[in-house]
Design a protein around this ligand. Structure first.
Ligand code: TYM
Length: 358
């Protein structure tokens, strides 16, 4: 059985690039495979962040998964930090990963560029991502193009660990859509559309209102010439817009290109804007309804965390065993579970009294 895992960071504003490269595949895959999807809040700590927003943003990303069509009865949907096995396995894998390979990660170099100093967390980020993936016996990781290198590293770590300590991890493969895996910024086709870029004009947020969407699309930078053609090398801007159109309308890119080939950029952009409005308006409405019922959303996420933890713990235990760590006493495991659910840990005296009663 195919086991799918993927995650999205609750940093900045989710945009149509995230939809095209990731969310859209997730919605399809939940009908074909066992799927585990995560809001990776621990990853959001790797760059300076606003603590007063993180919980809200994490709920909002969870609501967007649901609003885009993830069915929490089918797929497991949860918040990364609610399952502490992720951080624990990240530590175990830290002792298999090497500083040289982490230093070569392009995202680390890009995100660290221009900063006086970066956190150890930013450097270590791909190891936490590897832990996310490997905990679940994942076979396939649907991601956009920018995460390819991180999935490669995950494969290396899994193979190295298995070779050194014995077979524990499934070696996963990246699943990158052939079209739409790298949507470019609307105001700069040389740069990837990004959640955190300063310029809001470069991205269509999933929660942008219709007028804002129309305005941004109409102002999008295009290539020289007038022909609408899918040719990423010669026409990077128009090709990215075509890929976006395909993602938002579920139509093949060739069919869209054929329809607008000679129509001119203006007509093409107007049609793209309408496709975006049509796809995003219901997503925004569903998101807002889910956010208006935080208790309902939290119930879904609590159940998701329970299911995720049940899937993750056997493999974490296997990794601990292979590394030679002492088995964890059962009482510790219970206390950890109680602490995690927010209940007071039973005191030693209360436990003694309970034991005497039985
Ligand atoms: P994140 O949160 O930056 O992005 C979420 C997903 O969206 C894809 N994506 C894009 N696809 C097409 N065009 C774009 N312009 C674009 N920008 C982003 C990303 O490739 C990603 O699939 N490290 C990950 C989150 C993560 C993860 C994981 C993913 C943590 N653990 C385990 C998979 C498995 C990240 O920061 O994605």
């Amino acid at each position: 059985m195919m086991r799918v895992f993927s995650g999205i960071q609750p940093t900045g504003t989710l945009h149509v690039g995230n939809y095209s490269g990731a969310l859209r595949q997730f919605v399809r895959l939940q009908h074909e495979a066992e799927c585990v999807f995560c809001v990776v809040d621990l990853h959001a700590l790797t760059l300076p962040h606003d603590p007063s927003r993180l919980a809200h943003d994490s709920r909002s990303v969870a609501a967007l998964y649901l609003a885009c069509g993830i069915d929490p009865e089918r797929a497991v949907l949860f918040i990364q930090s609610h399952v502490p096995a992720h951080s624990e396995l990240a530590w175990l894998l830290n002792c298999t990963a090497q500083t040289g390979e982490l230093g070569r990660m392009t995202q680390y170099k890009d995100k660290g560029r221009g900063r006086q100093s970066v956190s150890v967390g930013l450097f270590d980020y791909p190891v936490l991502m590897a832990a996310d993936i490997l905990l679940y016996g994942t076979t396939h990781v649907p991601v956009g193009d920018d995460q390819r290198q991180h999935v490669e590293l995950t494969r290396d770590l899994a193979e190295r660990f298995n070779r050194r300590y014995g077979e524990v991890f499934v070696v996963p493969q990246a699943m990158i859509p052939p079209v739409g895996a790298r949507i470019m910024a609307l105001d700069n086709p040389a740069a990837k559309m990004s959640k955190s870029a300063d310029s809001d004009a470069g991205r269509i947020a999933l929660l942008d209102p219709p007028d804002r969407i129309r305005q941004k699309v109409m102002r999008a930078v295009t290539d020289s010439g007038t022909e609408v053609r899918y040719d990423p090398a010669e026409k990077p801007a128009v090709s990215s817009l075509l890929a976006l159109f395909a993602a938002l309308s579920d139509e093949p890119v060739e069919a869209i290109a054929a329809r607008y080939r000679t129509a001119g950029y203006g007509a093409f952009k107007r049609a793209l804007a309408e496709a975006a409005v049509e796809r995003l308006a219901p997503i925004r409405e569903r998101h807002d309804a889910l956010m208006a019922d935080p208790a309902g959303l939290d119930r879904i996420l609590r159940r998701g965390a329970e299911r995720a933890e049940a899937l993750a713990l056997p493999r974490l235990r296997a990794a601990r065993d292979r590394l030679g760590l002492m088995p964890r006493p059962a009482a510790t495991a219970e206390r950890l579970a109680a602490a995690q659910s927010g209940e007071a840990a039973p005191s030693a005296a209360a436990q003694g009294a309970a034991a005497r009663r039985t």
